[in-house]
Design a protein around this ligand. Structure first.
Ligand code: BGC
Length: 751
C-alpha cells in the first residue's frame, strides 16, 4: 500500500507526467528548468489564477505546489501602508510605519549612483520586513513639463542621468530579493487625462529621450518587472501595447520579467492576451455586484480569458508565456530562500534617508554668503511648509511614516547651533493632512486671513537677521500630486506676495522651495538665497538643517532645467499640452512637437530654429527666452572649485581628463559633467547632450584628476528609416562643465 501511494504521488494528478524530482523546488537547478517544471505541474485554473490580482496589492501563488501569494506595494519612496483587501483605505496595521526616503527627484539631484544603490538596498530591507515581493517603483518618466503632478516621483529630464541613477536603485532593491517594478512604461509624462492621452511622438524622440532609462533598467539593471502606463501610444493602451511591450521590451531588449498593469490600466482581454500584459492588477471591480463569487474573477485575464481558451479562441501558448514570467518572479522573490532578513525603520535606513537628502538638496543662489546661517543670528522661519508633513498625500506614493522631522523642528534641534528661531506662518496652503485614512495627527489649521499672516511675518522679519521662507508646493491635488497636473507654474497660496513683502523689510531672505518641480520666481532678483528642498521624506527637517547650517555642504545639482516661465518650455511654447480632444471626448491626442528637444536640449536650440518650429506648429508665441533661470546640472556649494581640462581623446570613444580642485575653505563635492554634440550644431541633433558625469569629493585645497568617457553607443542616434541605432563618425564637440551652461568645449574626431 505504501509503495502504491508513493508511486501515485510521483505523478501529477492533472497531467499524468512523471514528476519524479521536484526540480522547481531545487534551488541548485537552473531558473528556466525550475520554471518549466512548475509550469507543467499547474492546472489551467492555477495558471489563470496567478496572472491576476486577488486583492488590491496581491496575486495568488499556487498553494498546492507551495508557491506563496505575491504581495506588492508602492513605491517608490518607501513601503506604502497596507490597505484593506479591496479598498484603498489603509488597513490600520500597527507594523507598517516605515521610513520615507527622499523623493526620486532628490535622488536624481544627488548625481551620485551610490546613493541610488543604498536607496534601493534600504527600501528592499523595508519591503522584506513588510512581506512585499515587489515594489512599485522606481519611476523614470522624463520631465517634459514642470506642470506634471508626478515629476517628483521621477528622475528628471535627462535620459542619461535617469539611466545612471535607475540602474543602481534596481540592483540595490533586487539584491535583497525584492523585485523592482519600473514605471510607468512609457510616455506617461503628465497626469491630466492620463487614462485617455494618446501620445504622438517621433520614433527618434521615443528612443533617444523617453525610453533609455527604461532600457537601462531592463538591460543593465536586470529589472524583474515593469509597469505599463495608463496612457495610449499609437492608439493602444500601454498596458497591452504591441509595439512597446512585445516588440521593444520583450523582443528587442530581451526582458524576461513580468509586465504588470498599472491599477486599472487593462481594458480588453484580447489585447491583454496578445500584447504583452502578464499580470493584471487594479482593474476596476465593483465588489460582488457583477454576480461572480469574486469580482477579481471578472478581470480581463481571469474568467473571460479562461472561457476563451476553453472555447478554443486561444491556445495556451500566450498563457504559458505569462505564467513562465510570473513563475520567474516567484523564484526570484517569494521562493528565494537566500533572501536576507528585512528591517523596518532601522538606524541605517534613517541614515541613508538623511544622507541622500543632504546630497540632493540644491543651493540655487547664495549671494553675500547669506548661507550657511551665522552663529548667534536671529532667525525667522516663515511658511506653512516649515510645519507641514509631506510624506502624507500626493497619491499612491503616500506613506505612513514612523516619524518625519519637519523643517522647523530640524532647525530648532540642529546640533551646535547658537541662533535663535522665531516662526511666522506667512501663508496658508492646504491644512488637510490625511490620505486614505492615514492622518498626520498634528493640526496645522489656521483661521487668520492671508493679509494678517503676511503682516505678522513682515513685522517679525523686521527684527530678524535672516528670514528663511519654507514655501513651494505640497502634495495636495493640483500641486505635486498624482491624478492631475499643476494648473499654473506660479507658486500657489499668495507666496509671491509674501516673498515680495518680506524682501522689502529684510535683505537676507532665503527661500527654500519644497517641491518636485520648478516654479516661477518673479522675485528672484530681490532674494539673495534660494534652496531647492524637494520632498525629503522622514529626515526632511534634519537634512535641510544640515545644509542651512553648513553641517553638510550642498552638492546637489538640478536634474531638470528651471525655466523662467512656462512659455519657455518647449512643450508649452508649441502649445502641445494637454493635447486635442477627439470627437466624442474619449481620447486626447498629445503630440510631442518639440520632439527630441526636451529641457536643456530645447533651451540650447538656436533662436532661429525655435522660431521655425513655433511657426510650423502655429504657436501664437512671439516672444520667448532661451536662457533658463537655472540650467540643468546646476547647483552651488559653500566652497569653490576649479575645473581644468588636462587632455582629451577622440577615436573610438570620447575621453576627457579633468582636474578638479577645491579652492575654498570647506570640504565639498563638485559634479563634473561631460556633454557631447556636433562640432557645428545644425539643429539635426541637440547642441549637446549629457554623456558622462562624476561627483568628486575634495578637502579644502585638494585636487583630484578624473577621466570621463562616453562610448560610441551612447553617442549614437536613432535612425528612423533603418529602425536602429547608428553612430555617425565625424567631428564632434565635447563640453566640460559643472552645469549644462558651459563654454568650455573642444573639438574631437570620432571614428
Ligand atoms: C499609480 C501607480 C501605482 C498604482 C498602485 C496607480 O494609480 O499610477 O504608480 O503603483 O496606482 O497604487
Amino acid at each position: 500500500m505504501r509503495g502504491l501511494l508513493l508511486t501515485l504521488s510521483l505523478f501529477n494528478p492533472f497531467t499524468f507526467l512523471p514528476l519524479t524530482a521536484q526540480v522547481y523546488l531545487d534551488e541548485t537547478q537552473p531558473l528556466e528548468q525550475r520554471v518549466e517544471d512548475a509550469l507543467r505541474r499547474m492546472t489551467l485554473d492555477e495558471k489563470i489564477a496567478i496572472i491576476h490580482a486577488q486583492s488590491k496589492f496581491s496575486a495568488p501563488g499556487v498553494k498546492r505546489l507551495g508557491i506563496p501569494d505575491m504581495w506588492t506595494d508602492d513605491g517608490p519612496h518607501g513601503v506604502r501602508p497596507d490597505v484593506l483587501w479591496d479598498e484603498w483605505e489603509q488597513a490600520g496595521q500597527t507594523n507598517d510605519s516605515c521610513v520615507a526616503f527622499p523623493a526620486l527627484t532628490c535622488l536624481a539631484a544627488t548625481w551620485n549612483p551610490q546613493m541610488a544603490r543604498i536607496y534601493g538596498e534600504s527600501l528592499g530591507e523595508e519591503a522584506l520586513y513588510r512581506g512585499k515581493a515587489m515594489i512599485l517603483g522606481p519611476g523614470v518618466n522624463i520631465n517634459r513639463t514642470p506642470l506634471n503632478g508626478r515629476n517628483f516621483e521621477y528622475m528628471g529630464e535627462d535620459p542619461w542621468l535617469a539611466s545612471r541613477m535607475v540602474v543602481p536603485y534596481v540592483q540595490g532593491l533586487q539584491s535583497k530579493g525584492v523585485a523592482a517594478c519600473v514605471k510607468h512604461y512609457a510616455l506617461n509624462n503628465d497626469e491630466e487625462y492620463r487614462h485617455q492621452v494618446n501620445v504622438i511622438v517621433s520614433d527618434r524622440a521615443l528612443r533617444e529621450i523617453y525610453l533609455p532609462a527604461f532600457e537601462a533598467a531592463v538591460k543593465e539593471g536586470g529589472a524583474w518587472a515593469i509597469m505599463g502606463a495608463y496612457n495610449l501610444y499609437k492608439n493602444q493602451h500601454n498596458c497591452h501595447n504591441e509595439i512597446l511591450l512585445n516588440r521593444i521590451l520583450k523582443q528587442e531588449w530581451g526582458f524576461d520579467g513580468v509586465v504588470v498593469s498599472d491599477w486599472g490600466g487593462a481594458h480588453n482581454t484580447d489585447e491583454a492576451v496578445r500584447n504583452g500584459l502578464d499580470l493584471e492588477f487594479g482593474t476596476w471591480t465593483d465588489g460582488l455586484t457583477m454576480g461572480a463569487t469574486n469580482a477579481y474573477d471578472n478581470y480581463y485575464l481571469a474568467l473571460p480569458y479562461k472561457k476563451a481558451i476553453q472555447e478554443g479562441r486561444y491556445t495556451t501558448k500566450e498563457l504559458d508565456e505569462k505564467v513562465r514570467r510570473v513563475l520567474r518572479l516567484h523564484f526570484r522573490t517569494t521562493m528565494n530562500r537566500q533572501r536576507p532578513y528585512g528591517f523596518l525603520c532601522s538606524e541605517a535606513h534613517y541614515d541613508a534617508a538623511r544622507k541622500i537628502a543632504g546630497e540632493g538638496i540644491v543651493l540655487l543662489k547664495n549671494e553675500q554668503h547669506v548661507l550657511p546661517i551665522q552663529q548667534n543670528a536671529k532667525v525667522l522661519v516663515v511658511g506653512e511648509n516649515a510645519i507641514k508633513m509631506m510624506t502624507v498625500g500626493g497619491g499612491s506614493s503616500s506613506l505612513k511614516v514612523q516619524h518625519e522631522v519637519l523643517p522647523l523642528d530640524g532647525l530648532q534641534s540642529a546640533p551646535n547651533s547658537q541662533f535663535t528661531i522665531d516662526y511666522a506662518r506667512g501663508y496658508v496652503g492646504d491644512t488637510v493632512q490625511s490620505y486614505n485614512g492615514v492622518t498626520v495627527g498634528r493640526s496645522i489649521a489656521e483661521s487668520r486671513t492671508s493679509a494678517e499672516l503676511r503682516a505678522e511675518a513682515v513685522e517679525k522679519a523686521k527684527q530678524a537677521d535672516v528670514v528663511i521662507v519654507f514655501g513651494g508646493l505640497n502634495k495636495s491635488d493640483f500641486q505635486d500630486c498624482e491624478g492631475h497636473d499643476r494648473r499654473q507654474y506660479e507658486l500657489p497660496y499668495e507666496q509671491n506676495e509674501l516673498v515680495e513683502a518680506l524682501a522689502k523689510v529684510n535683505k537676507n531672505i532665503v527661500f527654500v522651495n519644497i517641491s518636485g518641480n520648478a516654479v516661477a520666481m518673479p522675485w528672484i532678483d530681490k532674494v539673495p538665497a534660494v534652496v531647492q528642498g524637494w520632498f525629503l521624506g522622514s529626515e526632511a527637517g534634519n537634512a535641510l538643517a544640515d545644509v542651512l547650517t553648513g553641517r553638510v555642504n550642498p552638492s546637489g545639482k538640478l536634474p531638470f532645467t528651471w525655466f523662467r516661465q512656462l512659455s519657455d518650455v518647449g512643450a508649452h511654447s508649441l502649445n502641445t499640452y494637454p493635447g486635442t480632444w477627439r470627437e466624442g471626448h474619449d481620447v486626447i491626442d498629445e503630440e510631442y512637437k518639440e520632439d527630441i528637444f526636451v529641457g536643456y536640449r530645447w533651451a540650447d536650440l538656436s533662436a532661429k530654429r525655435k522660431k521655425e518650429m513655433l511657426t510650423a506648429h502655429r504657436s501664437s508665441l512671439t516672444a520667448y527666452r532661451s536662457t533658463p533661470l537655472f540650467p540643468f546640472g546646476y547647483g552651488l556649494s559653500y566652497t569653490t572649485f576649479d575645473v581644468t581640462v588636462n587632455g582629451h581623446e577622440g577615436g573610438a570613444n570620447v575621453s576627457v581628463t579633468v582636474t578638479v580642485k577645491n579652492t575654498g575653505k570647506v570640504a565639498g563635492a563638485e559634479t563634473v559633467q561631460l556633454y557631447v554634440g556636433p562640432n557645428k550644431p545644425d539643429n539635426s541633433r541637440p547642441v549637446k547632450e549629457l554623456k558622462a558625469f562624476q561627483k568628486v569629493w575634495l578637502e579644502p585645497g585638494e585636487s583630484k584628476t578624473i577621466t570621463l568617457t562616453a562610448s560610441r553607443q551612447s553617442l549614437s542616434v536613432w535612425d528612423e528609416a533603418a529602425g536602429q541605432w547608428t553612430f555617425i563618425p565625424g567631428t564632434y564637440r565635447a563640453y566640460i562643465g559643472t552645469s549644462s551652461n558651459t563654454n568650455s568645449s573642444f573639438k574631437l574626431n570620432l571614428l
